[in-house]
Design a protein around this ligand. Structure first.
Ligand code: SAH
Ligand code: F3S
Length: 470
């Protein structure tokens, strides 16, 4: 029998939900936050379960073939949800969207729209057009771009990412980015400072400046380069940690190096992709620098900021890579002693020059070389991390660790630390003094000793929307 209550009570309105899956680099991460912001302004809420979503977005990466294939298999999976949820809208976004455009609509019949990375700001409009019946393909690189920073759904409590330059004008022979992210476009000095200030006003303590070649930034109207920008941003009150990614070695000037000596809040951490350890390979990759030019840059950085942690990207199995060339890469890694490396097997990409080079490398050999590289690096990382044993280091608290009673965070040099809180968790985003008690290759363990900053303003941030991802 139906109770009176259930007869008179109106059905609760069901909130519409969105689900975004993100692959790839920090630029994609930020694009996801921008799309989430637009969806929330339209009244949608985030969900961790794609089966209950009304809008599903796949923010794809096409840097290697594997990443691209994953997106298609996911599309196949999600389109089946339409059997029960006819109104569900599925959009392909990110670099694969730009790369395949219209063809994606043919290949995946249930796909509703395609949105390239330079058109992220048009998501709301594209959704409205789709609801009116059109299957939209929004790709390409419009000359005008507005940085709508107050509708970004910032993920996390402490790190604010700020785009300063989009696209890439380099022509590394392996890389698809110039065709998926388009030509370089720099944002103005005033605009960047305004967004950073906006984030600091809301209590963010860490700022990460973003661009494919971030240090190639120049103001579009005045004679200001990346060193000037770093100097100005680092001076802003309340900024505890400033980082930037990704730097192109040839564009790194001494004036930029000097900023590391000048500003303590410029984190002692730098990602400086070298890709390979021999001049012959660097030449075939079209990187535009030699090992002999890269090494003095590393020395200058270490002189400016002793203890600076360096990380890098490396490619193994690039066409024609000889045993000697691979050995040179290993030697360079041993010589520089990076705090971490991101190493990949070469993957041929459409529209790039490298697939036409002679002597493509066998996949098994490339896998073997990758393993050798990882083994060598693991040993180096353990040694470098062990040097921090017994030190008290300031840690920015980022979340809970798996082990009950412990939290995790990052050192100024961006190493991960899991630390004991003695049952009293620290506030997320606060800075804590942690004594390092154990070192692993990929993380440090420690005990909390005290607090540097409570960061009280973190609790109230009305205009910065939260985001939930899967
Ligand atoms: N803008 C960055 C790189 C962007 S791509 C820079 O200046 O270096 C991120 C990394 O992916 C690259 O540094 C490279 O190591 C790797 N990568 C790019 N294309 C690749 C390919 N075709 N195969 C394997 N790795 C690749
Ligand atoms: Fe790619 Fe080289 Fe630009 S790696 S992003 S083409 S600097």
């Amino acid at each position: 029998m139906t109770s009176i209550l259930s007869v008179v009570q109106p059905a609760a309105p069901v909130a519409r939900r969105y689900y975004i899956e993100t692959w790839g680099c920090q630029m994609n991460e930020l694009d996801t936050q921008r799309m989430a912001g637009q969806l929330m302004v339209q009244g949608l809420l985030p969900t961790r379960d794609p089966r209950e979503a009304d809008v599903i977005l796949l923010n794809s990466c096409s840097i290697r073939e594997k990443a691209e294939n994953k997106v298609y298999s996911r599309l196949g999976e999600y389109r089946r949800f339409k059997e029960d949820r006819e109104h569900l809208l599925i959009g392909l976004c990110g670099c694969v969207a730009q790369q395949v455009g219209e063809r994606a609509l043919k290949r995946v019949p249930d796909l509703d729209f395609v949105l390239g990375p330079a058109r992220v700001g048009e998501l709301s409009e594209v959704l409205n057009r789709r609801r009116a019946g059109e299957r939209v393909v929004a790709t390409g690189f419009p000359a005008e771009r507005s940085y709508d920073f107050d509708t970004i759904s910032r993920d996390g409590l402490f790190k604010g990412m700020v785009t300063i330059i989009e696209g890439c004008n380099k022509r590394c022979t392996f890389c698809i980015v110039p065709s998926t992210r388009g030509p370089e476009r720099c944002r103005s000095f005033e605009d960047i400072l305004e967004e950073v200030q906006h984030l600091l006003d809301f209590g963010f303590v860490e700022i990460e400046l973003l661009g494919q070649t971030v240090n190639h930034w120049k103001d579009p109207h005045q004679d200001l380069d990346f060193a000037d920008l770093l100097d100005a941003v680092a001076r802003l009150e309340g900024l505890k940690r400033l980082r930037f990614v990704t730097s192109y070695p040839r564009d790194f000037t001494l004036a930029m190096v000097e900023q590391f000596a000048r500003h303590e809040n410029l984190s002692p951490y730098l990602h400086l992709p070298v890709q390979a350890g021999s001049d012959s390979l660097l030449k075939r990759m079209g990187r535009g620098y030699t090992v002999g030019e890269y090494l003095p840059l590393v020395d200058a950085l270490r002189k400016a900021r002793p203890g600076i942690a360096l990380s890098t990207d490396l490619i193994v199995g690039f066409p024609g890579e000889t045993d000697e060339e691979f050995q040179a890469t290993l030697d360079l890694v041993e010589q520089i002693r990076y705090a971490s490396i991101f190493a990949f097997k070469y993957s041929p990409r459409p529209g790039t020059a490298a697939p036409r080079l002679k002597n493509q490398i066998d996949d098994d050999l490339a896998s073997e070389r990758l393993q050798i590289l990882f083994q060598a690096q693991k040993k180096i990382q353990l040694e470098l991390n062990s040097e921090l044993l017994g030190q008290e280091i300031e840690v920015l608290v980022t979340g809970d660790s798996k082990q009950p009673g412990t939290q995790m965070g990052r050192t100024p040099c961006h190493r991960i630390v899991h630390f004991d809180t003695f049952g009293e968790p620290s506030k997320l985003g606060s800075l804590q003094q942690v004594e390092i008690t154990d070192a692993k290759p990929h993380s440090l363990l420690g005990i909390r000793r005290g607090q540097t900053s409570a960061n009280p303003s973190l609790l109230e941030r009305p205009s910065v929307l939260p985001v939930l991802r899967g």
